[in-house]
Design a protein around this ligand. Structure first.
Ligand code: HEM
Length: 129
């Protein structure tokens, strides 16, 4: 017997995580106000999308794809080469909040994920600003 009680299951599993990640990078790639973080990334966003998909799969409570392939994420250390202050955090969250809103119908689930991922994004700051 399986019980759908992780965020991953509740949102619809792999297909929804893919939809969130695709929309996230589409927004980053097109919104003028997120150009600041877009230009930190490679011209081709497919590698970033693959990694964020693998990470979020595990972070939402589904298969730990990122950890299985790369080991412990050490996300803060991996972000140190990029100057991230409050502005960059807000740009990242603008894309993520929109992607989550468009793909998760359950308001309580969506709100709790926006809050938790917002705390993670805040933790990624490495510049005062
Ligand atoms: C707060 C603002 C953030 C900015 C500006 C930012 C930017 C970046 C950049 C430029 C990269 C390197 C390019 C790449 O490999 O994709 C990266 C990698 C990555 N980011 Fe972020 N990021 C932010 C927050 C986050 C958060 C909150 C998460 C998790 C929910 C996250 C997950 C990842 C992952 C999994 C990678 C790939 C790490 C690797 O294996 O190299 N990022 N990020």
């Amino acid at each position: 017997m399986t019980t759908a009680n992780t965020a991953y299951d509740l949102m619809g599993g792999e297909a929804t995580v893919h939809a969130i990640v695709d929309r996230f990078y589409q927004l980053m790639d097109s919104l003028p106000e997120t150009y600041g973080i877009r230009k930190m990334h490679a011209a081709d966003l497919s590698g970033s999308a693959d990694k964020l998909f693998m990470f979020l799969s595990g972070w939402f409570g589904g298969p730990q794809l990122y950890a299985e392939k790369f080991g412990h994420p050490q996300l803060r250390a991996r972000h140190l080469p990029f100057p991230i202050g409050g502005g960059e955090r807000d740009q990242w969250m603008l894309c993520m909040r929109t992607a989550l809103s468009e793909n998760i119908a359950d308001v309580a689930l969506r709100d709790s994920l926006v809050k938790a991922i917002g705390e993670l994004a805040d933790f990624m700051r490495n510049r005062p600003q």
